[in-house]
Design a protein around this ligand. Structure first.
Ligand code: ZN
Ligand code: ZN
Length: 128
């Protein structure tokens, strides 16, 4: 499978595992949706957490089944922080857009988790 290292909106370094291991293994379908989503609200989104190796996922307190994990599978999630828009707007927009079936707004930490879980039939929207 081809991994998009650089798309119109996302640079490889934004999406790599933040522990420094350099892991970058995204699902292309997810990445495409993320890119289209970033284009829609006319806002700048910063990826605060992209791919994660298993070790880093543990360090940041991610679930063992986290969609961010890109070891042995492709990552299907990204945490984004709006740079110049109200995070509430981005959350509502992500829910409305229907691109992702996992949208979680971590209010105190000021980021929004966007994910696609192919095994999940119901949508999961939450504000934590
Ligand atoms: Zn790592
Ligand atoms: Zn996340």
């Amino acid at each position: 499978m081809t991994v998009i290292l650089r798309t119109k909106n996302f640079q490889g370094h934004e999406l790599k595992c933040k522990c420094g291991c350099g892991l970058l293994n995204y699902d292309n379908f997810f990445l495409m949706k993320l890119e289209v989503f970033r284009d829609l609200p006319g806002s700048r989104l910063e990826v605060t957490s992209g791919c994660r190796c298993i070790k880093h996922n543990k360090t940041v307190g991610g679930k063992p089944s986290s969609l961010h994990i890109a070891e042995g599978k492709t990552a299907m999630a990204a945490d984004v922080a709006p740079l110049d828009v109200n995070p509430q707007k981005i959350f509502i927009f992500a829910v409305k857009a229907g691109f992702f079936n996992e949208v979680i707004w971590y209010r105190k930490m000021n980021f929004i988790h966007l994910g696609i879980d192919r095994n999940q039939k119901e949508v999961y929207y939450d504000i934590i």
